[in-house]
Design a protein around this ligand. Structure first.
Ligand SMILES: [Zn+2]
Length: 186
């Protein structure tokens, strides 16, 4: 079974990027099969898509371009024209129409979702590319952080009021750091 997908980025682009985990060490690939991609898209609330090997390959290439561009935004890596071109090409394609869905208790906007007809894999990747462009060129770009746990490498938008969020999650990396601090002071 594929490792669970983290959804801690606060932004669909960063959640997509985090389908490859532990980037600084042994790299944990969570998109191993076309079904994994379809599963992630479903969990991300982007619709039910059918996927093949070509979609999987395209998704991984787009994901890595978005990752490299995000790290460049953080001044932690090269800004490559090839990545910019790739994201721009995807963003220029047709995307799912925005739609509103009625939740159980409230009307909520689900801007990347279209239930009927279901989007294609290509439309979902186009929507991800557009979200990436909006993220990296918008006001949240300055709030993107990498989890401070050395092996984690998950990215998130720090929306905390103090702008001091350090961990992808207080339940995992945050809790481990707390334990380390406790041990070192005993
Ligand atoms: Zn972490």
């Amino acid at each position: 079974m594929t490792a669970a997908f983290p959804f801690v980025g606060g932004r669909v682009t960063l959640n997509f990027v985090s389908t490859l985990g532990k980037r600084s060490t042994e790299k944990l690939e969570r998109l191993r099969t076309p079904e994994d991609l379809a599963h992630w898209v479903e969990l991300a609330g982007l619709g039910s898509i059918s996927t093949d090997e070509a979609d999987l390959k395209a998704a991984r290439v787009l994901r890595e371009a978005l990752y490299t561009l995000t790290m460049a935004t953080l001044n932690r890596g090269p800004l490559r024209r090839a990545d910019v071109n790739l994201v721009n090409e995807w963003a220029a394609r047709e995307t799912p129409a925005p739609a509103l869905a009625i939740g159980r208790t409230q009307v909520r906007a689900t801007p990347l979702r279209r239930r009927d007809p279901q989007p294609t894999a290509s439309e979902v990747l186009a929507a991800l590319a557009r979200d990436g462009i909006e993220l990296l060129s918008g006001p949240d770009a300055g709030s993107i952080r990498e989890c401070e746990d050395p092996g984690c490498t998950l990215l998130f938008v720090d929306t905390s009021r103090s702008h001091r969020r350090r961990w992808c999650s207080m339940n995992s990396c945050g809790a481990r750091a707390k334990m380390r601090t406790l041990r070192s002071t005993q």
